[in-house]
Design a protein around this ligand. Structure first.
Ligand code: AMP
Ligand code: GLY
Length: 434
């Protein structure tokens, strides 16, 4: 493949993250025809549906890519990565963005990630792992206070119990071993509770070069004031204004050491490594690694990134990321998630959505689709997180105001949003010192 040839692309996933990836991919001079599976209302307005394709089926994805002359498969979510879709696509001789199954264990197994971190000597919460409830309960009692209980495997974001008391932790241990999380809960990690503001730092890598992207901060709780149940993310901003240059460098160093450790272990990590950090008084410590772009972090990081994304993704796959050209705009992005009333619990679907064009007419605003669907040409809600309203501006405050102005212009029955996205960051670091 020459460096100017167009490539047809297959994008796997159905969320706001994938819509943001799509919007950046189509800007590339190298983007050919775009296919998507399973997609959403926004993605399928701009890409062709790969009908009936199961994104988690390695053989089916590799066959589809081969049959349709795809030159690059971009994997958005974690499940296909852990299932080995990347391995199958690469084995078919097709470029893939996203790590192979062995490297995706950084997200697929908390214990695997902890062991890599230990070998790499990077700071993370102290922990022990268990395959039986009795010893796990004994350890929780020994800790005698706040701790975090984690199901080892993928549990659709539900396998982490942040326990303030021994009783909550014991209940968490029992829940994991009760089979609620299936195979994912057969091994349980119990770890020390870390304190401080959280920060995500995504990095692209080809297994040798690590190219850090901008920092971002998600708002995971459903209700204002960071209260209520955990969600897939209610809003996000980038960069995180109060991260010091030393902290940023420490996070980058951790990611470099992890990628180098994996390489030393014989595992090439190619794709996006998502580091979730707690900015503690003793410096950044790892909370988790994900093997993919963050959602909704991608919706504020990519709009600020000046690059040819097709070229960059191909370089991650073929080991030439050191030659990538990436520039960062000196600006800020804030994204507000519009959800269906009831989310993350039960909610209704099929409500007509209006006002997206009006919102996108505002300078700096892009509306990424998450839970939407086109039915007979009409756009309706199809999930808990419906839309991500992102605004980019020269100042943090400006981006925030514009995102909320745009969010007001969009309407659907049951529309719900948090009004305090980025509010704590505006108050500075002290807002976390409670
Ligand atoms: P994880 O999937 O491991 O990132 O956990 C989900 C969320 O749980 C994180 O974003 C944190 O808010 C919280 N969390 C995880 N581990 C810890 C920890 N050791 N201390 C405090 N909070 C944690
Ligand atoms: N924003 C959290 C995640 O993508 O896992």
């Amino acid at each position: 493949m020459s460096e100017s040839e167009k490539v047809d692309i297959l994008l796997l996933g159905a969320g706001g993250r994938e819509h943001a990836l799509l919007r950046k991919l189509v800007e590339s001079s190298r983007a050919g025809k775009l296919w998507a599976a399973p997609g959403n209302g926004g993605i399928l307005a701009e890409a062709t549906l790969a009908e009936g394709l199961d994104q988690d089926d390695p053989v089916a994805v590799a066959d589809f890519a081969t049959t349709h002359g795809i030159g690059l498969v971009v994997i958005g979510p974690e499940a296909p990565l852990v299932e080995g879709v990347g391995d199958a696509v690469r084995a078919a001789g097709i470029a893939c963005f996203g790590p192979n199954g062995d490297a995706a264990q950084m997200e697929g197994s908390k214990l695997f990630a902890k062991q890599v971190m230990e070998r790499a000597g990077v700071p993370t919460a102290c922990y022990q792992s268990f395959t039986k409830a009795g010893p796990a309960e004994a350890y929780v009692r020994e800790l005698d206070g706040p701790c975090v209980v984690k199901a080892d495997g993928l549990a659709a974001g539900k396998g982490v119990i942040v326990a303030q008391t021994t009783e909550q932790a014991l209940a968490g241990v029992r829940e994991c071993f009760s089979g609620t999380f299936g195979e994912a809960g057969k091994t349980v990690v119990v770890e020390e509770m870390l304190k401080g503001p959280e920060c995500s730092l995504l990095a692209l890598t080809d297994g040798k070069t690590v190219l850090p992207l901008a920092s971002a901060q998600d708002h995971k709780r459903a209700l204002e004031g960071d209260l209520g149940p955990n969600t897939g993310g209610m809003g996000v901003y980038s960069p995180v204004p109060f991260v010091t240059p030393e902290e940023h460098e420490a996070m980058v160093d951790i990611e470099r050491r992890v990628v180098a450790q994996l390489a030393a272990d014989g595992i090439t990590y190619s794709g996006c490594l998502y580091g979730g950090f707690m900015l503690t008084k003793d410096g950044p410590k790892v909370l988790e690694f994900n093997a993919r772009f963050g959602d909704p972090e991608t919706q504020v990081v990519l709009p600020r990134m000046d690059c040819d994304l097709v070229d960059v993704f191909l370089r991650c796959d073929n080991g030439t990321l050191d030659g990538a050209q990436v520039r960062w705009e000196d600006d800020f992005a804030v994204s507000v998630v519009l959800t269906s009333t009831g989310y993350p619990g039960r909610y209704e679907k099929g409500k007509v959505i209006t006002g997206i064009e009006d919102a996108e007419r505002l300078p700096g605003v892009t509306v990424y689709h998450a839970g939407t669907k086109l039915v007979g040409g009409e756009l309706v809600t199809n999930g808990g997180r419906v839309l991500n309203v992102t605004a980019v501006a020269d100042t943090f405050q400006g981006a925030r105001e514009q995102a909320y102005k745009a969010a007001e212009l969009i309407d659907f029955e049951g529309k719900t949003l948090r009004h305090d996205i980025g509010a704590r960051a505006l108050r500075g670091r002290e807002a976390w010192e409670v």
